[in-house]
Write a protein that binds this ligand. Structure first.
Ligand code: SF4
Length: 332
């Protein structure tokens, strides 16, 4: 861990899957920090490795076929990579929890909301049923579920998508974790509910002090919520900066493409709008030689096709993985 203000320190995280054609690296050398109470974004298109980074941090990648390794993943000084699976299970829900994109797939359809939202308390504390019920009720109030008492004993299908997502956030926060990982928590919601959920998460961060890793394909959400941001492409971080620096001086051509894709206020928000970058994220089993972005990059130089750039410090903690910012760039 770097200092007292750093809650999470991820160093050289690597995740690979065994396939018939050999190992495929889906997360390749990812390093970043999350400060206490900070909101840090992981942004990129589908297949960039951002969700797999989160699942790897949470110890939720099944092995086999997956294999996660790292120089260290330090949460408040504890190296999570050295924990026994039982110890990691105890950390999950208590110290670090995760909210997924589509609550219907994460919620159990045959359990009531109070049973599910209260489950982390049942697992991680010695609270009795009555105390758990009271806590869930309080948390439902906190996350803005109307008529909270009437929602305790209903099943997930009896709630709207927005209320299910609020309930998921309630479940993620009920043990007041140090870190919440939110994976596209608003993508399946309408724009109004999306804005409410984002405001709610920021308010909870301010009130409870929980740090948040916000995973999204949407730089608009990053701009609204995050303190720092990591842009991911093909399993790697290609740009890392404070949110101010990223929007003020985007330095990687991929980031500039993402920024150009942010819809105007008058345009409909959809998940398919990253269309100003030509081409698609490469197949991770057949990565291009050199810079992984070069087949889609309008700034590509000869060196880009043969040599992979390292993440280079541009000053003030702003880093980019691009030969445009490396003195060796363009020498080939
Ligand atoms: Fe484009 Fe080259 Fe930079 Fe890759 S290294 S992003 S191909 S300029």
């Amino acid at each position: 861990m770097k200092d007292q203000s750093t809650l999470l320190s991820v160093r050289n995280l690597r995740t690979e899957f065994q396939t018939q054609n050999g190992p495929v690296k889906v997360v390749d050398g990812v390093s970043f920090d999350v400060g206490r109470g900070k909101i840090v974004g992981l942004v990129g298109e589908s297949g960039s490795g951002k969700s797999m980074t989160a699942l790897s941090l949470m110890g939720l990648v099944s092995s086999p076929p997956g294999k996660v390794s790292a120089d260290g993943v330090f949460l408040d000084g504890t190296n999570l990579t050295q924990l026994h699976p039982d110890e990691m299970r105890r950390k999950r829900g208590r110290e670090v929890s995760m909210v997924f994109q589509e609550p219907m797939t994460s919620l159990n359809p045959v359990k009531t909301m109070v049973q599910q939202v209260g489950e982390p308390l049942a697992i991680h504390t010695d609270m009795g049923r009555r105390a758990i019920r009271e806590n869930v009720l309080r948390m439902f109030e906190t996350v803005g579920i109307p008529e909270p008492a009437a929602r305790l004993d209903v099943y997930p299908h009896q709630l709207s998508g927005g209320l299910r997502q609020r309930a998921m956030i309630a479940m993620g926060l009920i043990c007041e974790p140090k870190l919440l990982i939110a994976d596209e928590p608003t993508t399946a919601l309408d724009v109004t509910t999306q804005a409410q959920i984002l405001r709610l998460m920021m308010a909870l961060r301010d009130r409870v002090g929980t740090a948040i890793i916000m995973i999204t394909h949407d730089l608009g959400i990053i701009a609204e919520m995050c303190d720092e941001v990591n842009v991911m492409y093909a399993g790697q971080i290609v740009e890392q900066a404070s949110v101010f620096d990223l929007f003020d001086r985007p330095s990687h051509p991929y980031t500039r493409g993402l920024l150009a894709s942010i819809p105007k206020a008058t345009e409909k928000r959809t998940t398919e709008r990253l269309n100003s970058i030509p081409g698609v994220v490469p197949n991770l089993a057949k990565l291009p030689q050199g810079c992984r972005f070069h087949p889609r990059c309008g700034d590509a130089m000869p060196v880009c096709q043969v040599q992979q750039p390292e993440l280079t410090d541009l000053g003030n903690g702003h880093k980019a993985r691009c030969w445009l910012h490396n003195k060796q760039g363009g020498k080939l």
